[in-house]
Structure formats: C-alpha cells, structure tokens
Design a protein around this ligand. Structure first.
Ligand code: FES
Ligand code: FES
Length: 160
C-alpha cells in the first residue's frame, strides 16, 4: 500500500509523516514516541489507548491515522508538564490509583472527558465514565477517589 502524507498536531507539536493508510492512530502515536498511549486489546475493549482527537475522547486503536489527518491530538502526558502537572495527574499519584500504570493514561483521558462537561460528578457517574477502561490492579476505588479529588482541586483552582 502506498504511504500517505499526513499531518498530526500532537500535544502542541506538529508532525508531518508518511504512513501506510491502514495504520491505526495508536500505532502512529507510539511510533512517533508517544508511548504514554498504551496498546492493550487493539479492538476497543480496554481503553488503554484513549486520547483526545479534536476534543473528543477516542480509542486510538479504532481510528486510522489517516482519519486524524490535520487533527489536534492530546494524550494524557500532554495534559500537564512535570513542573505543572494536571490535577488529575497528581490526584492519581496521590490517591494510589496507579499500580502497574498501564491503564492510567486512558483512565485520565476518560476522567478529563467527564470533568470537562460535569465538574462535580457522583461516584456512579465516574464509574460510568470509566466503564470502557479496564484496570487489572486497583479495584477502581482509588481511581474514583482520585477523580473526585481532582474535581475538588479543579473547582477550587479554576483549572481544567
Ligand atoms: S488498545 Fe484500544 S481499546 Fe484496547
Ligand atoms: S494500574 Fe495496572 S491496570 Fe490499572
């Protein structure tokens, strides 16, 4: 298959790449070094590969890179910096919501998608929002606690 030139805007950086048109966005992102985007099931079941594409949370294993041409992509690592982490990033760490960490980037994307439109979610709403993200380690309680804690900090600090 003939490579296709595409442009991806990822975490504020622009990449011009020649890609096989049947390559998924997940593979393209990891090949470009965005290894915070995790590869799990590669069929839309685990949420480990979630990113924002043009402001919408998607499983990047279900999107062709070519479909994201000219798109704005935000990965979990792009939400903050080590000097200025996003409240969700610190809350996951502080609440012990990260064990092996494989699910964490996808969880953070789903949590941010929720908090963007519902800043004061109930535990049930958080559970619902992360229902497409599988975690084999934590039992989910600390993850829900982390999202609640981030929601409180974002409310107090006006961050998003
Ligand atoms: S790797 Fe994409 S949903 Fe599992
Ligand atoms: S922390 Fe290991 S899968 Fe969630």
């Amino acid at each position: 298959m003939k490579p296709q030139m595409i442009t991806l805007h990822i975490n504020g950086r622009t990449h011009y790449v020649a890609l096989n048109p049947n390559l998924t966005l997940l593979v393209a992102l990891r090949d470009l070094g965005y290894t915070d985007v995790k590869s799990g099931c590669e069929k839309g079941d685990c949420g480990a590969c979630a990113v924002f594409l043009n402001g919408v949370a998607v499983n990047s294993c279900l999107v062709l890179a070519a479909q994201a041409d000219e798109g704005e992509i935000l990965t979990a690592a792009g939400l903050g910096t080590s000097e200025h982490p996003h409240p969700l990033q610190t809350a996951f760490s502080d609440a012990g919501a990260i064990q092996c960490g494989y699910c964490t980037p996808g969880m953070i994307i789903s949590a941010k998608a929720l908090l963007d439109h519902k800043p004061h979610p109930t535990d049930a709403e958080i559970r619902d929002a992360i229902s497409g993200n599988l975690c084999r380690c934590t039992g989910y309680a600390q993850i829900i606690q982390a999202v609640q804690s981030a929601a409180e900090k974002m409310d107090a600090g006006g961050e998003g």
